[in-house]
Ligand binder design. Sequence first.
Ligand code: 57M
Length: 359
Amino acid sequence: MLFKLIYSLHTYFSVLNVFRYITFRTILATLTSLLICFMFGGWAISKLRQLQISQYIREEGPPNHKSKEGTPTMGGCLILPAVLVAALLWADPCNIYVWLLVFVTASFGGIGFLDDYLKIKRKSNKGLSGKVKFALQLICALIFAMALYLYPGFTERLNVPFFKQLHPNLGLAYVVLTVFIVVGASNAVNLTDGLDGLAIGPLTIAFGCYLVFAYLAGHVKIARYLQIPYVPGAGETAVICGAIVGAGLGFLWFNSYPAEVFMGDVGSLSLGATLGAISVITKQEIILAIVGGLFVFEALSVIFQVGYFKLTGGQRIFKMAPIHHHFELKGWAEPKIIVRFWIIAIILALVAMSTLKLR
Ligand code: 57M
């Protein structure tokens, strides 16, 4: 029924010839993925429960997480198909950036799926070994980075916010930067996904922000006016961002506190990597540190905690890393931590958008 509706809409809109408007197709992609999550969310959760694909809670975690034992996980298996169906329906299939993003989303989703599958199979939190997981991420990110590097329509110039005249050409070093951004974003989101809705909320906000960046980067007149890099064809990635925003809101409906499902590594690794890839395609690489500032802060809290822990033979900076557990152990209620982190994510997105006008 759903596909009949979409097909007849597809035909109707092509008759109206409104497909040429990226904004229109972005809205359609958002609504399509949202609708798919709403329609199949309940079914997916009961299927995951029936297949006993549920979360194992690590001993060293905050005590109150014990009650989450058994929550269905791998909810990314609902998010990613919703995104891919919406993207393949409404994005331009002749656009190279669309396929590069589909590759990143699917490949990192595959790594996360394997990690989650091994955790479920072993009935523990031990999935892929850190080294294997990291190596697979590097390979997938390198394929994406090299494809961009070899694509003649894409420049290796780095866009420096506030210094609009500064566009250093990094050459092959841009490949290293791209790999760092994609793998870094993937793991930062993975670490952040530790409370109900804590990752999907800021991810939806961040992709909403990059939806605007993508549209502007692909619009020659506006890009010139704002003095941001014009990336021919990048506007099409706004449709992908729309699909992710829709799927994010749809998933949040079920992942909001108290969560009925977790996204799993299949969701967090994939969406984090896709966010990193979008930031490179739209030439808003450095700004990702602001838009995704929450993810950066979560990852840094772990890096500093582990480093200090090793340096001092067991002392801690935070009560527990990542930082959201620190606030939990301070006695903050989980929903309060989550909503406050969302507020910070919105503020960061607004600050990042304001840099478009600052030069
Ligand atoms: C990713 N995963 C959650 C869920 C989600 C080196 C070390 C910092 C690594 C790190 C780690 O292994 N992190 C893994 C975070 C886990 O969520 C699952 O994982 C998926 C995302 N990858 O989709 O399937 C737990 O998070 C909770 N959760 C929710 N609601 C959600 O919507 O409540 C997740 C989603 C779930 C559930 O309890 O089980 C996670 O936290 O593992 N390790 C850590 O983060 C550990 N911290 C730590 O060891 N800190 C040490 C320092 C020295 C590193 C310290 O500070 O002393 C935490 N891991 C766990 N609990 N499980 C500690 C708390």
